[in-house]
Design a protein around this ligand. Structure first.
Ligand code: HEC
Ligand code: HEC
Length: 287
């Protein structure tokens, strides 16, 4: 028979092991989110001449977004202490992502999608921070963004606790994936004074000039379930192919702005939830 001491040792070993597994799971979740559906690098990683994100500059910033209202430079979010966010606490990084406030109290401007990130669950935002701590620190100073519009004083009251959305409710989980995580609808819904007009969710029509510095103009598509103007008549596989392989229903290659390099890695479970959600929203059309 095992002695009490032996039993205690086994209990200790098991609990240490389950902590390690929890930490590993959190990291794996953060890695998945950042490098697929959330695609922080679509804005925070600069592009090379081939227009692909530069691997050695993973999340090191200085990617520039030009609009009439601003010239924004995405900051360095690697753990470098001087030019990145290595000196910020976990709580400070979480506040920056979900509330758009830096440790010094200044407000983060667009196009960082703070309004949707407010809905990100505690587990997911913690997973993202855990992952950000593990990436290579890169020394890279980024210029300050310039805004010709006033920035909001805040994006709302402090975000306290956001529970996970149960995956069994596929449509609700799909809404969470498409908004709080993927910000699909920010790009695919007409903006009024910078904020998506929710009565026209999925109608598209937003114009992206020179996305990722590439000389072209892309217009976001109608991804509501309208049978002619939207994706109502598409099969699930056609929608999956558009998201993960940048290919439209008729085989046309889709233009950037949409984070294709990242969406290649979106899981099948998340794709199916996104599709269930897209099929559930009201169809939208231009008369
Ligand atoms: C659509 C583009 C876009 C996406 C996607 C995006 N960001 Fe940002 N982010 C920005 C821009 C631009 C700024 C700087 C805005 C400014 O200068 O006020 C910023 C600012 C930040 C800051 C503040 C850093 C500092 O030093 O001021 C943090 C932290 C941050 N982002 C983290 C993230 C994380 C983590 C993700 C993914 C969960 C993410 N961002 C996704 C564009 C984006
Ligand atoms: C940064 C902006 C942006 C984000 C984020 C984004 N998209 Fe797009 N999307 C676009 C643009 C722009 C196009 C049009 C590209 C073209 O016509 O070549 C497009 C095209 C599409 C198409 C093809 C429609 C057609 O008629 O060919 C689908 C489907 C789609 N997006 C779904 C999604 C989903 C689902 C998400 C989230 C997982 C998403 N998009 C996130 C900008 C975005």
């Amino acid at each position: 028979m095992a002695t009490l001491l032996e039993l205690m040792l086994v209990a200790c070993f098991l609990s240490a092991r389950s902590e390690a597994t929890e930490e590993e799971e959190l990291l794996a979740r953060g890695d998945y989110l950042v490098n697929s559906i959330v695609a922080c690098g679509n804005c925070h990683t600069p592009r090379g001449d081939d227009h692909k994100p530069i691997a050695e500059m993973h999340l090191a910033g200085a990617f520039q977004v030009d609009r009439a209202e601003f010239t924004a430079y995405s900051p360095n979010i690697t753990p470098d202490h001087e030019t990145g966010i290595g000196a910020w606490s976990d709580e400070e990084i979480i506040r920056a992502i979900r509330e758009g406030v830096r440790p010094d109290g200044t407000v983060i401007g667009p196009p960082m999608p703070i309004r949707v990130y407010r809905e990100m669950s505690d587990t997911d935002v913690r997973a993202i921070v855990a992952y950000l701590r593990t990436i290579a620190p890169v020394r890279n100073s980024v210029p300050r963004s310039e805004y010709n519009i006033p920035l909001p004083e805040s994006y709302g009251p402090p975000v306290d606790a956001v529970p996970d959305v149960p995956r069994e409710d596929t449509v609700a989980y799909g809404a969470y994936v498409s908004n709080a995580l993927g910000h699909c609808m920010e790009c695919h819904t007409p903006l009024v004074k910078g904020a998506p007009d929710l009565s026209r969710t999925g109608l598209g029509g937003n114009v992206f000039v020179k996305p990722h510095g590439i000389e072209l103009v892309a217009v976001s598509a109608n991804i509501s379930p309208h049978p002619e103007q939207g994706i109502g008549a598409w099969t699930d596989d056609e929608i999956k192919r558009a998201i993960t392989q940048a290919t439209s229903r008729d085989g046309r290659p889709l233009q950037p702005a949409m984070p294709f390099y990242f969406y290649e890695k979106v899981s099948d479970e998340d794709l199916e939830a996104i599709i269930a959600y897209l099929r559930s929203i009201p169809p939208q059309a231009i008369e």
